[in-house]
Design a protein around this ligand. Structure first.
Ligand code: SAM
Ligand code: SF4
Ligand code: SF4
Length: 345
């Protein structure tokens, strides 16, 4: 393995996880991420030469692994839309130092790709599913698609061993809070881990307002009233989801409370955008360009210095600062934030 001093940021956090956004395209139009009014038929997504190639991603991942990254998550946009994605997975699975290789998907194409992905070394998947109800789900994916294909995708992933499968469900007030308990019922006892995510003010397009957040406490109360829960210890330090176990032993759920209980202090995560910018916070406005130097022939050493330098300068703790940034109207200023699908959720 290429190894150099594992950098720590200004708040003493080591670099451990990397999320890679492999495409800006998506077959869904979730209003909280890529609203259909903006991402219409004529929207110009990035042309192919702008995207990092698989060779470029692999080279950067080797350098990140040398800087301490052990966990990789492939995301997007919808990563299963990236042409020949299994070939990238195969390359990344072979990088020394990468111990955990996972993918986040909306599940629409998962039954087609699950076997191929498992064959080339993907370890697990996270599938996003905001409701069990076709009408609510259809509104939340912006396409009117029903849940059937997503459930098929989850089954296919389970069958080929991409488990435990995490199911991510973003909860938005007035939109899907009535899906919380039915989703819990649906996944209880299946071995899949349902994780409820507080709606976040990421990007600039989702019209976020504090009033649209269903707090973790309420989510827990709703599930706990129906199915008693008890707290479980984190699997590792810095785990973002708070774990809760069903008292009857039939599994667990997680809550990602980035708004009501921020975890910046334990944030060891960097992100690589589609066009090769290194971003050190989900709420960042810019990022460090790695693609330019890479394509101009920069040495591994020069690229390493760019990566570790950016991490060493890092002071990000946006979620902890959010309260101070929230106005009386419940909104927060955008300051030109990168969109979720560009930075990889
Ligand atoms: N397309 C894939 C998917 O939906 O799983 C991967 C990319 S998507 C941007 C990653 C995750 O971000 C999804 O689970 C999505 O629900 C979540 N997400 C998007 N916008 C969000 C927001 N405003 N607040 C919380 N989670 C959000
Ligand atoms: Fe697509 Fe995922 Fe964004 Fe929904 S959350 S629009 S599925 S990238
Ligand atoms: Fe990490 Fe930024 Fe989220 Fe805080 S707000 S947990 S620093 S990504």
């Amino acid at each position: 393995m290429t190894s150099f001093d594992a950098p720590h940021d200004r708040l003493g956090r080591a670099l451990r996880d990397l999320r890679i956004s492999v495409t800006d395209r998506c077959n869904f139009r979730c209003p909280y991420c890529m609203p259909a009014e903006i991402y219409g038929e004529k929207y110009a997504f990035l042309p192919r030469p702008e995207l990092l190639t698989f060779e470029e991603i692999e080279r950067l991942v080797r350098l990140f692994a040398g800087a301490g990254v052990e966990k990789l998550r492939i995301t997007g946009g919808e990563p299963l839309l990236r042409h020949q994605l299994p070939r990238l997975v195969e390359r990344l699975a072979a990088v020394e130092g990468i111990r955990d290789l996972t993918l986040t998907t909306n599940g629409w194409l998962l039954s087609k790709y699950a076997q191929k992905l498992a064959d080339v070394g993907l370890q697990r998947v996270t599938v996003s599913l905001d409701s069990h109800d076709d009408a609510v789900f259809g509104a939340m994916n912006g396409r009117g698609f029903g849940t059937g294909r997503v459930f098929e995708g989850i089954e296919a992933a389970d069958a080929v061993g991409l488990r435990p499968i995490k199911i991510n469900s973003v909860v938005e007030r007035g939109v899907n809070e009535e899906s919380i308990v039915p989703l819990a019922r649906r996944f209880k006892g299946t071995g899949h881990i349902l994780r409820f995510i507080e709606f976040m003010d990421v990007g600039t397009l989702n019209d976020w307002n504090r009033a649209k957040v269903v707090p973790a406490r309420e989510i827990l109360d709703r599930v706990g009233t129906e199915f008693p829960l008890e707290p479980a210890d984190p699997n590792y330090s810095g785990e973002v989801a708070q774990r809760w176990r069903y008292a009857d032993g039939s599994g667990e759920i997680g809550i990602v409370a980035s708004v009501t209980s921020p975890f910046c202090r334990e944030c060891h995560r960097a992100r690589l955008t589609i066009e090769g910018r290194l971003v050190t916070c989900l709420f960042a406005a810019g990022g460090v360009d790695l693609r330019g130097p890479l394509r101009e022939g920069a040495s591994d050493e020069a690229l390493r210095e760019l990566i570790s330098g950016a991490w060493r300068r890092r002071t990000d703790r946006y979620s902890e600062e959010r309260v101070a940034q929230t106005g009386r109207d419940g909104c927060t200023p955008h300051r030109g934030r990168i969109e979720m699908y560009q930075v990889g959720g």
